[in-house]
Design a protein around this ligand. Structure first.
Ligand SMILES: *Cc1c(COP(=O)(O)O)cnc(C)c1O
Length: 383
């Protein structure tokens, strides 16, 4: 017997009226963050590391987790994990760190820190969507400055002009940028940093593949934090990101952080994984090799433009065949990538593919060539 009761239509309508009255319009207008269903697909849409762990490493991990006291609250400071992060990144032993439930949570925390009437967050366009979502959610103005056409380089003069006009409290620059894959000129970022009265966060989500970092540079400034995550390295399911920088900033953020935001399974698992950093380094190196092979293969396909990348994904544009048709054609062939067409003017006809294993990339290329052959015939009315 079911005891589930349906909400009467009148109650639903009056709830909607309350929401209308009580919830800020910009929140009501936010579109849900939607993620495509990937069951049974070659999953190349979310910049995950496709490689698994050896049986031996799995067994060690489970043994390590066995005695984890899940009946107790986790260590609110995650001290053991921080030691491992500092060690594996070659940071100083007293380097202040703020940990987040993914760097997404850190973006939210940073927005909360500066939220006050009239305050602004600035980033470039196109870039990572969470900067905007978190700014809006915390009631801040969001200012975006277009990247240079086609090259997606940082338009330093335009950013500096916007900095002077809007006086943002917070600036996000992804290094390398998502979804364009390029590293902005460090000199340009430094100029922006010198011109800004607010905090500049260098988002190094793709550092395992980038070959460059701000870890050696941020100390020259009193307004730079570096943000990283273990997600793209191969631990997306654990949800762990961290911010590093001067303690004047990290102390404020640590007060706003919910005390137990990093659960005990994540703390222990991430500490374990970082002890095996070499495994992940080798995987990242393999992904970089695959990236170059995939770049060469895509570049050789007529009707496509591919941008070079310092991350674990490639951005490409289609001429002739619609991006929607490519996306759907791949999906019918069981390959899931990301369609960016329509998400920003600069990304018209663009798609983004995550670099997978050699086999996954081959499956993607085969599906792409079949799709282009089919659709190309339709698009050009041949055959
Ligand atoms: C994926 C991504 C993140 C989010 O990482 P999580 O730690 O998984 O929340 C942050 N910044 C950029 C630029 C990303 O692409």
């Amino acid at each position: 017997m079911s005891d589930r009761v349906k909400t009467p239509p009148a109650a639903r309508a009056s709830a909607a009226r309350r929401v209308e009255k009580l919830v800020r319009p910009e929140v009501r207008d936010l579109a849900p963050y939607s993620v495509a269903d990937a069951s049974g697909m070659v999953k190349l849409d979310a910049m995950e590391n496709p490689h698994s762990w050896s049986e031996k490493m799995r067994a060690e991990w489970l043994a390590w987790l066995r005695d984890t006291p899940v009946n107790r609250y986790p260590d609110p400071q995650a001290a053991e994990l921080k030691v491992q992060i500092r060690r594996s990144e070659g940071l100083e032993r007293d380097q202040p760190l703020v940990l987040g439930n993914g760097s997404d949570e850190l973006i939210q925390l940073l927005s909360t820190l500066f939220a006050r009437p009239g305050a602004a967050v600035l980033s470039v366009a196109p870039s990572f969507v969470m900067y905007r979502r978190c700014a809006i959610a915390s009631g801040m103005e969001f200012v975006e400055v277009p990247l240079e056409r086609e090259s997606f380089a940082l338009d330093t003069d335009a950013v500096l002009a916007a900095v002077i006009q809007h006086q943002p409290s917070l600036i996000f620059l992804a290094y390398p940028n998502n979804p364009t894959g390029n590293l902005f000129d460090p000199e340009g970022i430094m100029a922006v940093t010198r011109g800004a009265h607010g905090l500049v966060v260098i988002d190094e989500a793709y550092s395992p593949f980038a070959g460059d970092t701000w870890i050696g540079r941020w100390r020259e400034f009193d307004n730079v934090l570096v943000m990283r995550t273990l997600s793209k390295l191969g631990l997306a399911g654990l949800r762990l990101g961290y911010l590093l920088g001067a303690s004047a900033w990290t102390k404020q953020l640590d007060k706003l952080r919910l005390p137990y935001n990093i659960n005990v399974l994540t703390q222990r698992s991430a500490a374990f994984a970082l002890r095996h950093r070499d495994v992940f380094r080798r995987q990242a190196n393999e992904i970089c090799r695959q990236r170059e092979a995939l770049f060469a293969a895509l570049s050789a396909i007529e009707g496509l433009k591919v941008w070079p990348s310092r991350a674990n994904f490639l951005l490409f544009r289609s001429f002739g065949v619609a991006a929607d048709s490519i996306f759907e054609g791949l999906k019918q062939r069981n390959v899931l990538i990301k369609n960016l067409d329509g998400t920003a003017p600069a990304l018209a006809h663009c798609l983004r593919v995550t670099v997978g294993t050699a086999d996954e990339n081959a499956a993607f290329l085969a599906a792409l060539e079949q799709t282009l052959a089919d659709k190309g015939v339709e698009a050009f009315g041949r055959g």
